[in-house]
Design a protein around this ligand. Structure first.
Ligand code: GLY
Ligand code: MN
Ligand code: MN
Length: 437
């Protein structure tokens, strides 16, 4: 793995520097200062929330624990890392940088975030930071951010290698979680089985695990972790990822108990549908169009299984499919699990709104080589949305007894991370599951 990363990193850094040069030119600035960020402090307390490095910092180098540090880029000069290594006997001090990437930086070690600030060049800077520690002039200028966000959506071979590894870690942990479900464990113990196999702490994961048994699968971001197993295990929805050098995997699978009857057939049908959507992750495919196509397919699934009696077109038009699938088909993913620029018109910014009736869609762009998107169709039985649907005229064309029967299973979501290429898509998640055995 390290040999692969070492081989890919120089070209990645060259691309990042090139994009930084362009961004500075666009913004009319001399230096780009990228903060790693510092942890948020808890209110009236002397403790911090878990630290997460800024995605812009992770784009430059694979350092995820460097609070207070900065990358300084000046066109034509070797990039500089101002690295904070405090004199501290309370906390573990960030290790002196080592590895395949350090030779590409001039590294200055300082003892505090304040000392780091003193190392930053004066002048006409573009500062990318979550706060104004380095000054508010030039802080997060839109032309610079828009340009960089646009470029960040096209992943380099180095970034794809990190995301393949994140998927490898995540899929192995998914296998362990599925085994824990089959063994009748509680949500909490399934979560622990996941962490044990991923060998990542909660704080290292790219997002909080969703481990939902039975009807809990109907809560899209269910994160409660019941400590005791339910009386019966009917279904299991797990949305859990993993990180590699701060790059994310975002993976969801849904399982049925052996006696869950038609629910297994519904999972299989959704799995086939999901693979059909993945196959359309092609250069030139508009993602809004793919999302709307998915709604038509979900309408067919609902019809085939006897949940609805209207045709697919009217099921989509009347909002019936949106009641069963109230989130977007997917989003960009990379150094952030919900990566930037999903709505952007071009490198100068702008915003392409999601279509009416689909406000949760997080990506409206047209796919191009190097973009990585999740493809995560779902089908849920959500009390709140079903109650609203029941009041609509279309309610007459819905088999409510059937819908009610399926509420005990919560819902289905199947989610892969997929690379758009010049050719066929690369499914990072299914490839990793295949290797995981
Ligand atoms: N795990 C959050 C998402 O799927 O977007
Ligand atoms: Mn996702
Ligand atoms: Mn997810």
């Amino acid at each position: 793995m390290n040999a692969t990363l070492a081989a890919f990193y120089p070209a990645h850094l060259a691309a990042v520097r090139r994009h930084a040069d362009e961004a500075l030119a666009t913004g009319g600035c001399d230096h780009l200062l990228v903060a790693a960020g510092t942890p948020l402090g808890k209110f009236l307390d002397d403790q911090d929330y878990p630290y997460v490095a800024s995605p812009h910092f992770k784009y430059w180098l694979p350092l995820t624990t460097a609070p207070g540090s900065w990358v300084v880029h000046t066109p034509g000069a070797k990039p500089k890392l101002v690295f904070v290594q405090p004199n501290d006997y309370w906390n573990v001090v960030p290790q002196t940088p080592s590895g395949y990437w350090v030779e590409h930086f001039d590294i200055v070690v300082v003892r505090s975030a304040a000392e780091a600030l003193a190392q930053l060049p004066k002048g006409h800077n573009a500062i990318i930071a979550p706060d104004a520690a380095a000054g508010s002039v030039g802080l997060n200028p839109s032309p610079v951010l828009d340009y960089l966000h646009w470029q960040r959506s096209f992943k380099t071979p180095y970034e794809l290698a990190l995301m393949r590894e994140a998927n490898r870690i995540g899929t192995r942990a998914h296998r362990a979680a599925a085994a824990a479900f089959r063994a009748g464990k509680s949500e909490f113990d399934i979560h622990l089985a996941y962490l044990a196999t991923a060998r990542q702490t909660d704080a290292e994961l790219p997002y909080g695990n969703i481990v939902a048994l039975n009807e809990h699968g109907a809560t899209l971001h269910y994160m409660t972790f019941d400590r005791t197993p339910p009386a019966t295990h009917r279904s299991f929805l797990i949305d859990a990822g993993a990180s590699c050098a701060g790059y994310a995997a975002d993976i969801t699978r849904t399982y049925a108990a052996p006696d869950a009857g038609e629910f297994q057939a519904l999972i299989d049908r959704m799995d086939a549908a999901q693979q059909g959507f993945v196959a359309k992750v092609r250069t030139g495919q508009n993602y809004t169009a793919l999302h709307l196509h998915a709604h038509h397919v979900i309408a067919e699934v609902l019809r085939e299984h006897g949940f609805i009696r209207m045709n697919a077109e009217s099921a989509v038009e009347s909002g019936v499919t949106a009641a069963f699938l109230p989130h977007g088909l997917g989003h960009q993913i990379g150094a952030q699990v919900h990566d930037v620029a999903g709505f952007q018109v071009d490198e100068h910014g702008g915003r392409i709104e999601p279509p009416t009736g689909h406000p949760a869609l997080r990506q409206t762009r047209t796919l191009a080589p190097g973009m990585v998107t999740t493809v995560e169709p779902g089908l849920y039985f959500i009390d709140m949305l079903l109650a609203k649907l029941r009041e609509q005229p279309v309610a007459a064309d819905i088999d409510w007894a059937k819908v009610d029967h399926f509420r005990q299973f919560g819902g289905i979501r199947i989610e892969d991370d997929v690379v758009c290429t010049e050719d066929a898509p690369e499914n990072l998640t299914r490839d990793a599951f295949a290797l995981a055995g």
